[in-house]
Write a new protein. Structure first.
Length: 506
């Protein structure tokens, strides 16, 4: 009996210790975030999506970053000057540490840009800095960037998430595994990444701006709208980025959760592979623009929380042409049929509509399927999970595909990445090769006078609307929702969120 009592005592003591340990673990402040998709990677030079970009913003810093009003401010650069049309000098913060203990210096800036510009890296984001001729280390905390020609959008381009500063030692030590072993200077560092499940980052207690207000952030990719709503309402997540429009007004009226709404920079579109038959013919592309009732998409998928596109970029992007017609391609089935007949397709044709597994993407494809049937086109919907979808569309699909794009807040960032012929095979998924449009883009980049730049982009947008390598769709509003315990969250119009100032009330 005595022996049994001793055993029970040991078991009881162990249970107390385990309970105490659980209590200690529970003391960690954890912010749980639902994203619309899983991330595709953590190497800034390899990714192309805002979901990965949001995680990168916690792990890394850049020379400059946009704030919640899309104003560009110093981040790792304290100040900068532009002494002539080709030269930019950046003065760096001192005493900034990478997660591996290395100090951030001008050598890291040079390494980062040299790696990105190296064709062997094959970085999709290189289009934003392709005009850089060289990066020179002036001293430990000063770096000079020299461009090939005057490059008006440099600052806005440097604010992209692909421009995060890397540590040479960390990149070289990780080699091919760097995509899974990121080392930045940001307020959080990677702890766990289980592809298809979650990404967890934990606070970096030597962050130069001070410690973040939560100890850990757990990101979960949840492409199904209904599941994201259930997770928020049941307490499975604290913050839902990309909250479904169909539940937004209800949640707002109930008053149990905090809701956030703001116009966005990104535009959603359905692109043709213009190298594929019959999409080489402008008349076919125009016909399918007339065949789509965008108002139905806005009402049935986005529940009015979107605005119809008037051109290739959002009205919130600098350089948008305010004189564009409100509806360049009004819904007109008969006009669509006439253009198809003129192009040699009076009885339509068969095609594929690619979509991701995200609810809105799939639903949009299904609506397009119905619209196209009205003009005699038989469309098959092909749905792929996010990573496979990005890879497949990058190679060039045999049909059409739907995506959105945030850009930089500048017309160059909105247009060059998607439509410059130099980007065919990477970010120009429409595979549009138009020398005249390329020249508009080049002229816009090298024109330093803001008003003259706007005039160039005005012509570019009108030319684009005539050629339409995409079906013009919409810019949706950014909708988010959170538990009332979440404080300090702000919507970023470019859909890439910085959560350093977010806290959780006890």
């Amino acid at each position: 009996m005595q022996r049994w009592k001793k055993v029970c005592g040991v078991l009881f003591a162990s249970a107390v210790l385990l309970t105490a340990g659980a209590g200690l673990a529970g003391a960690e402040t954890v912010l749980r975030v639902a994203l619309l998709s899983d991330i595709s990677g953590l190497d800034p030079h390899k990714i192309t999506d805002v979901y990965s970009g949001t995680v990168l913003r916690q792990v890394y810093n850049a020379l400059i970053q946009p704030d919640a009003n899309m104003e560009f401010k110093g981040d790792l650069a304290e100040s900068w000057e532009n002494p002539d049309d080709l030269t930019w000098i950046f003065h760096l913060r001192k005493g900034v540490l990478f997660h591996n203990g290395e100090e951030f210096t001008a050598d890291d800036v040079k390494f980062t840009f040299d790696r990105m510009l190296d064709p062997a890296t094959a970085s999709p984001g290189v289009t934003h800095i392709r005009e850089i001729e060289k990066v020179e280390v002036v001293d430990r905390y000063t770096v000079k960037i020299v461009t090939k020609t005057p490059f008006a959008p440099l600052l806005s381009s440097l604010g992209r998430y692909e421009m995060c500063m890397l540590n040479e030692k960390a990149v070289k030590e990780a080699g091919e595994e760097y995509n899974k072993k990121p080392v930045g200077t940001g307020p959080f560092m990677l702890d766990i990444w289980r592809p298809g499940d979650r990404v967890e980052v934990k606070k970096f207690d030597k962050y130069f701006e001070g410690e973040p207000k939560v100890d850990r952030i757990v990101f979960r990719g949840i492409p199904e709208d209904a599941t994201r709503v259930i997770e928020l309402e049941s307490g499975g997540v604290d913050l839902c980025i990309d909250f479904p429009a169909q539940d937004f007004d209800r949640l707002q009226s109930e008053g149990k959760f905090t809701v956030y709404e703001k116009p966005s920079v990104p535009s959603n579109y359905y692109a043709f592979n213009v190298e594929a038959t019959p999409f080489q013919d402008k008349r076919v592309r125009q016909a399918l623009n007339y065949a789509v009732d965008v108002d139905v998409i806005i009402d049935s998928i986005y529940f009015g929380k979107a605005v119809k596109s008037r051109g290739p970029m959002s009205e919130r992007v600098w350089g948008f042409d305010e004189t564009l017609p409100e509806d360049p391609y009004p819904y007109d089935v008969e006009k669509a049929k006439a253009l198809l007949a003129e192009a040699g397709y009076p009885n339509g044709f068969k095609m594929k509509l690619y979509a991701s597994t995200q609810t809105a993407s799939r639903s949009t494809a299904e609506l397009f399927q119905g619209f196209f049937a009205e003009v005699g086109i038989e469309a098959e919907v092909v749905s792929l999970e996010w990573g496979a979808y990005l890879a497949e569309t990058r190679k060039g699909v045999d049909g059409m595909f739907t995506l959105g794009w945030s850009g930089t807040g500048d017309a160059d960032g909105a247009l060059t990445y998607l439509y410059d012929s130099k980007n065919i095979g990477s970010s120009n998924r429409a595979r549009w090769n138009d020398p005249k449009f390329d020249e508009f883009l080049a002229e816009g980049r090298r024109t330093l006078d803001p008003e003259k730049r706007k005039a160039v982009y005005k012509e570019a947008q009108r030319y684009f609307n005539e050629e339409v390598p995409i079906v013009l769709m919409l810019s949706r509003k950014n909708l988010c929702a959170s538990s009332p315990k979440v404080k300090g969250f702000e919507i970023y119009p470019n859909n890439v969120y910085r959560l350093f100032n977010v806290s959780l009330e006890k």
